[in-house]
Design a protein around this ligand. Structure first.
Ligand code: BGC
Ligand code: BGC
Length: 533
């Protein structure tokens, strides 16, 4: 059982979740076999579906920190908040290596560097697990999406309306060696499950690719956990559902994530076993692999949630951790000396769609599948964090970059424009042009601003080549989540900038996929100024 992106009980708080999941668990245990369920959720940047949870930076920002200890701590905190709701299985981390950054899931990936993805992904898996799976806050990880999800060709998606996501990756053995590195590390770190990718490897849908799902993953890499399909992923294998089920199960899918018609699936599977198209041995193997972690997590002994964990959801300790991750992930792309901003300024002008909007800072997979702009319970916006940091100063906020009313004619000491991509998830976020909405508003601020600091809130590099010369300082904040205070810490010099680009920042979309062009990027991977540069 699972909650998909944006899924929640009617009462979306920690007690509502715990009651829902514990209730399902009680039903399962009262069944004929008394086997507990393992409930799954996408806690991909904290327990994002849960109101009041700590929302950590999305993985692209964690890639910019390059800090595996920090990522392990975030895994731990995420596991605690997830376990507090009775959930012991997380559909994370994404181990993709994005290459065409127009992909709507670029932000779910740590880096274009397979070695860094391997390090951070396995640190996160260790963090979810904690000292041992038997601990009540231990959470089983899922390495996803196996394999090639970030390497699909632009325009190849087989899903209507998508461009890259759920598309086709070229059947290239050298590429495969690169993409496999993080999976090797994840398996060494004890990852419990692997999710198949919606994408195809060459001509074959990954959900039906027995060579990769079985020969490579189990044979070559020695993976002993269970594989899970993606959301309705089996259905995409063949328009004939019976054949889709037979092919996927025989290719190596152990557990089928069936969003809408579980009974239809069970009926089809039983029919396939009855006719011998799927062997009983194949079923037994899958069942054994799904049962094992239920024992390891001690779900038989301790099937329900521990109410004592509930106070840790959105706790000050976790928010402090998230705040330090936000500081560590911010990359100072350009600085002509205005950063760190002098905290004795008397007037600050703040504008942009992301300046007072926690939803834009959090991005997709937050409360809703797609995320949404607006308030997030318990979150701090950049505006709130600046007002708190500068209690004596006048902070003028105008989303559209205008000085209006009584403020007309003022000359602020410093201007900050926080510009963000509107939230998106998966292929809905596939982009043609990597545009940054609102970049034009900075021009209008020129009339009254001497110095402008631009904070880019985005899930991926955006194209700013024509604008950046007129901006005094530029910070890539990625999708920082609920603790914008971490941005204020670096902007005002309380914490030094240390983030480095986890991927190339292209000058134009024509230079994508990464590595396909001889033009230099606007900024290369590894770039990141410190405040004193
Ligand atoms: C679900 C998500 C899922 C998506 C797949 C949504 O309706 O909420 O969890 O990833 O569909 O298309
Ligand atoms: C996504 C997965 C996710 C699943 C469940 C799918 O659409 O591709 O990453 O784990 O939905 O929400």
């Amino acid at each position: 059982m699972l909650s998909g992106g944006g899924g929640s009980p009617a009462n979306n708080d920690v007690t509502g979740w715990a009651e829902m999941v514990d209730g399902f668990q009680a039903e399962a245990l009262a069944g004929r076999l008394g086997i507990p369920i393992i409930y799954g959720v996408d806690s991909v940047h904290g327990h994002g579906n849960l109101m009041g949870a700590t929302i950590f930076p999305h993985n692209i920002g964690l890639g910019a920190t390059g800090d595996s200890d920090l990522v392990e701590q975030i895994g731990r905190a995420t596991a605690v908040e997830t376990a507090a709701t009775g959930i012991r299985w997380n559909f994370a981390p994404v181990l993709a290596i994005p290459s065409d950054l127009r992909w709507g899931r670029t932000y779910e990936a740590y880096s274009q560097d397979p070695t860094l993805v391997a390090e951070l992904g396995s640190a996160y898996i260790r963090g979810l697990k904690g000292a041992s799976l038997t601990e009540k806050t231990s959470v089983l990880a899922t390495a996803k999406h196996f394999i090639g999800d970030g390497s699909t060709v632009f325009g190849s998606s087989t899903t209507s309306g998508y461009l890259l996501d759920q598309g086709v990756t070229p059947d290239d053995p050298i590429l495969l060696e690169q993409l496999i590195l993080p999976y090797r590390a994840a398996i060494e770190a004890g990852v419990g499950s692997v999710m198949a990718s919606f994408s195809s490897w060459g001509d074959t849908k990954m959900h039906a690719d027995g060579e990769l799902l079985t020969d490579v993953l189990r044979g070559e890499l020695g993976f002993e956990g269970f594989t899970v399909s993606d959301w309705g992923g089996v259905d995409q294998v063949d328009s004939d559902y019976y054949r889709a089920v037979v092919e996927s199960v025989n290719a190596g899918i152990d557990l089928n994530m069936v969003p809408y018609d579980a009974a239809g699936y069970m009926w089809t599977l039983a029919k396939a076993v009855g006719s011998g198209d799927i062997t009983e041995e194949r079923i037994d193997g899958a069942v054994r692999r799904v049962l094992l972690p239920k024992f390891q997590l001690e779900l038989f002994e301790r099937p329900s949630s521990d109410p004592a964990l509930q106070r840790l959801v959105g706790s000050p300790e976790h928010r402090t951790l998230a705040r330090s991750a936000v500081s560590a992930s911010a990359v100072l792309l350009k600085n002509d000396g205005v950063v760190p901003i002098d905290d004795s300024v008397s007037t600050v002008f703040l504008s942009g769609n992301a300046a007072d909007d926690a939803g834009i800072m959090a991005g997709g997979w937050t409360i809703n599948w797609q995320g949404r702009s607006g308030d997030i319970e318990g979150a701090t916006t950049l505006r709130q964090a600046i007002e708190k940091r500068l209690p004596e100063a006048e902070v003028i906020y105008n989303r559209h970059g205008r000085l209006t009313g009584g403020n007309a004619g003022k000359t602020p000491d410093v201007c900050i424009a926080a510009l963000g991509e509107e939230p998106y998830a998966e292929g809905v976020g596939d982009s043609v042009d990597l545009a940054l909405p609102g970049a034009g508003l900075v021009d209008s601020m020129r009339e009254f601003c001497r110095e402008i600091v631009v904070v880019i809130v985005s899930g991926r590099p955006v194209i700013i080549t024509d604008q950046i010369d007129s901006w005094n300082a530029v910070v890539a904040a990625w999708l920082p989540g609920s603790e914008a205070g971490g941005l204020v810490d670096v902007l005002f010099g309380d914490v030094p900038f240390s983030g480095r680009l986890p991927l190339d920042w292209p000058a134009t979309v024509d230079d994508l996929p990464l590595g396909s062009s001889t033009n230099p990027p606007l900024f290369p991977m590894g770039h990141g100024l410190t405040s004193s540069d």
